[in-house]
Design a protein around this ligand. Sequence first.
Ligand code: TXA
Ligand code: MG
Length: 315
Amino acid sequence: MVQTDIGKDIAKARALLEHRLLVAIPTETVYGLAANALDEDAVLQIFEVKNRPRFDPLIVHGADRERLSEYVTSFPEWAQTLADRFWPGPLTLVLPKREIIPDIVTSGMDTVAVRVPLSPLTHELLTQLDFPLAAPSANPFGFVSPTTAQHVQDQLGGKIPYILDGGECEVGLESTIVAEENGKLHVLRLGGIAVEEIESIIGPVKIGGASEGHSPGSLLQHYATRTPLKLGPIDITQHDLSSTGILSYQTRYPGIPPEHQVVLSTSGDLRKASKYLFAAMRYLDSLNLKVILAEEFPETGLGRAINDRLRRAAA
Ligand code: TXA
Ligand code: MG
């Protein structure tokens, strides 16, 4: 056991990372569990702390596109166009990797996933470091991703020395991952940037990839709560109301105790719903109920990514 401190001390985070230790970092999507991406031994600790299988590759984070360009052999035009529009922001690009990125980061693949996160603290940290940061979401493998420093403390406290506290994550869903496969553009993971927004810039993309199934971002069961979660139209007559939780978009359900219900956005704002989705799943899970009933969201914009997470949680 180590003591896990929470704070805003960039110098401390930097010193720990330079000493090959792990630090949880804020991003606009979810908190990441970071290590020097160029240091195989440091990265190995990420897999150990998360209990993550080695076949699941990590995202490499950099302060800007110029720095990340040092780790890829080419930055094709489609990727430049997307980077110009969405970086810093919740977009990850899968590009051909340079040798300097260790195999442990990419699970032996010849591509590397890169992104420039939007968070003032993490941006400053990345600017000061002379290496990029490999960082998966800072949760034990398979569980709900953290969107506050306290969430990280709850799940990884005692296992890492420091959590850099950037407050609540503004987006609340992991980044959208785009890759070129067999000459076509694919969204490998739905996320914080809607597919419609990406298509408005680079034209039609395919959802899912040829490589689907290799990586747990795309494994069916993921983002799991301990309480069983059921997704679909909610029929409360089928359940014992005192032990049922509700995760809904806009509607309150009479008959269910109000403290067992989370309405993500009464006004129907998908951004707001995304921001608090994971926190709501955690909260309802903490009540130790028999079941959590979740509504399906509109299959448009960020609603698609929300449904994706809920489907995996329900699987
Ligand atoms: O928003 C995010 O992306 C957050 C924050 C911390 O940046 N990170 C995150 O990392 O969600 P993680 O490890 O939970 O998910 C990374 C996923 C992998 O599961 C895999 O699906 C995909 O990124 N990935 C990574 N490298 C890849 C590669 N070379 N080819 C295809 N997919 C890759
Ligand atoms: Mg994750």
